[in-house]
Design a protein around this ligand. Structure first.
Ligand code: NAP
Length: 546
């Protein structure tokens, strides 16, 4: 394929920001297209999420065989996954292997942060600036900054006065942290803390968990993969992939083929939910009832069942009550646990309700609550979540046509087309952007990148210089995302419990619908339709201005 565009030649055809799953997958696609690329990565190696989140207990919440790269048959056949839900070091090693295997490192500048990307109307190129003072131009700008990258920093006064050690889970040091003989505090009980808590509890002298909102934690039922199981996975990949492309959350699971039915007996409901609970992972969410996320009655069954499980597992009734969510199941993203609730039965673990008595400040010796109650700690771990989906894109100085900044563009809520592009930002593509589907992320990235690749191929073949979505297409996509959310009351209930799905977890961030909740399969169909219709919804400008 020939170099794209006309007129002023850029330094690179494409610049990719971020070298996690999305960036690496994009790099491969760009290599296939024969385009020149410069990639920037903040970390000292590839991995993205799996580079930064090296906290104790970090591992995937999706089965290894669907949380991987799909593009290369040999890669799938030569890689052996050790466990159903691989640990962070295994994921990091895998992504490093991908970078080496496909000779990607030559294009990557590590330990380099993209600080600005400004569209130049005169040349139709992007000018990308880094914290190392480098400036390069490119025709296509692709952000692969991850949906969960910019950490929500502890907002508590007095943090700098703390005389012990404090850590943010998403900036965990590479060196091991020793918890032996220490009093450890964990603040937060999201999917991250849920993984940290059982690990730290095993080592620390004492662990105190500061919880604002409880979560519905599903048992993972993790296990090692024997050789026979690994061989089976390798053999079944074509079937796995075919299946996941049809499933709403891009997991290779069969539909329940069951909805809420008032005639179903309580015993039958319990038997169905029990089987899904025992299967572990997201089987509970995706294989019990097909209307869990859209029918409040069905959701109530699932929520009540989980509340009962918590009360059964946790021995101290007061602690069990604190751990029991009152909002609908999936109002917040449900984490997977590895003996999470059981951890609260340990003598060295207790729970503090900081909804009832919020954290007022960090003192030199620990945490002080608004009531004045003080909790001493040697180590504080903050697992407070992220400025999800938009944070990394509004953090840098990203400016499109007419100098419009992404910060201003999204000040009143996000606006995108397909979760991939934004009007006034020509030749700019986002991977895991806001309003892309909530589903198994590598699968969504795989299809999103394939779409961008097809689009770039089209532009090259048709001599198109510039492409951006029309205002109408962006408006239509926003309406579609809102309508899909309106059809899912349990997810919408997340607004009341600071769900990051809706941007409600960051003080000052305007809540808006940050995901396309129509399911991955429907989204993949949408992408295909758009591409088949010569990229419907996009305005294209060729050098002659046609
Ligand atoms: P999160 O779900 O947003 O949880 C943040 C936690 O911090 C919440 O419990 C929150 O309480 C608490 N918090 C925030 N401000 C607080 C304050 N002022 N005082 C006390 N507590 C406060 O973040 P996360 O746990 O990092 O997870 C984010 C997402 O990352 C997950 O939902 C998941 O999609 C992904 N993740 C995936 C995996 C995996 O796949 N293996 C693992 C970890 C994370 P409130 O709930 O009251 O706001």
């Amino acid at each position: 394929m020939t170099a794209h565009g006309n007129g002023t030649r850029p330094d690179f055809d494409a610049v990719v920001i971020g070298m996690g799953f999305g960036g690496l997958r994009m790099l491969w696609e760009l290599h296939q297209l024969g385009l020149s690329v410069r990639a920037y990565e903040r970390g000292s190696d590839v991995g993205g999420t799996w580079y930064w989140n090296r906290y104790p207990g970090a591992r995937t919440d999706s089965e290894a065989w669907v949380y991987c790269m799909f593009f290369d048959e040999k890669l799938k056949q030569e890689w052996d996954w050790p466990e159903r839900f691989p640990k962070q070091p295994d994921m990091e090693r895998y992504l490093q292997h991908v970078a080496d295997r496909f000779d990607m490192r030559r294009d990557i500048r590590f330990e380099t942060v993209v600080t600005s990307a400004v569209y130049q109307e005169g040349t139709g190129l992007w000018e990308v600036g880094t914290d190392r003072g480098e400036t390069v131009t490119c025709r296509y700008l692709i952000s692969a900054t991850g949906l969960l990258h910019v950490a929500y920093e502890p907002p508590f006064p007095g943090l700098e006065s703390f005389e012990g050690e404090s850590y943010l889970t998403s900036r965990w040091p590479k060196e091991p942290v020793d918890f032996a003989g220490k009093r450890v505090a964990v603040v937060g009980t999201g999917a991250t803390a849920v993984q940290v808590i059982p690990e730290v509890a095993r080592e620390a002298e004492h662990l105190r968990v500061f919880q604002r909102t409880p979560n519905y934690v599903l048992p993972s039922r993790n296990h090692a993969l024997e050789k026979a199981q690994r061989d089976e996975i390798k053999r079944d990949y074509p079937e796995i992939i075919e299946k996941l492309r049809k499933q709403p959350f891009a997991f290779p699971m069969d539909p329940a083929n069951r909805m809420y039915d008032e005639n179903r007996s309580p015993e039958e409901v319990r038997r169905i939910l029990d089987a899904a609970w025992e299967a572990g992972g997201f089987y509970y969410l995706f294989t019990a009832f097909d209307d869990l996320l859209i029918d409040e009655r069905s959701n109530r069954f699932a929520s009540d069942f989980l509340r009962e499980k918590i009360r059964t597992i946790v021995r101290d009734p007061e602690t069990a009550e604190k751990l029991t969510p009152k909002y609908p199941y999936a109002g917040k993203r449900p984490p997977l646990g590895h003996f999470y609730y059981e951890t609260f039965n340990r003598d060295n673990v207790d729970l503090v309700d900081v909804k009832a008595d919020p954290i007022a400040e960090i003192t030199p010796t620990g945490i002080r609550l608004e009531s004045g109650e003080e909790h001493e700690a040697d180590i504080i771990i903050f697992a407070l979540g992220f400025d999800a989906l938009t944070g990394a894109l509004t953090e840098m100085d990203l400016r499109g046509r007419g100098g419009v900044s992404m910060r201003d563009k999204w000040a009143d809520g996000v606006h995108t087309y397909l979760g991939l592009c934004v009007d006034s930002f020509p030749n700019f593509f986002m991977l895991s952007g806001p309003q892309s589907p909530f589903a198994n992320i590598p699968a969504v990235l795989d299809q999103s990148v394939a779409f961008v690749g097809r689009l770039l191929g089209y532009l090259g073949e048709h001599g198109v210089d510039r492409i951006e979505p029309t205002g109408d297409a962006v408006h239509g996509w926003g309406e579609k995302c809102q309508a899909l959310l309106d059809m899912a009351p349990p997810i919408k209930a997340g607004l009341a419990v600071s769900s990051w799905f809706l941007g409600a977890n960051i003080p000052g961030k305007k809540p808006s619908v940050l995901f396309y909740f129509g399911g991955a399969a429907a989204y993949f169909d949408d992408l295909e339709k758009v591409a088949d219709r010569d990229f419907d919804g996009f305005a294209m400008v060729s050098p002659a201005g046609v």
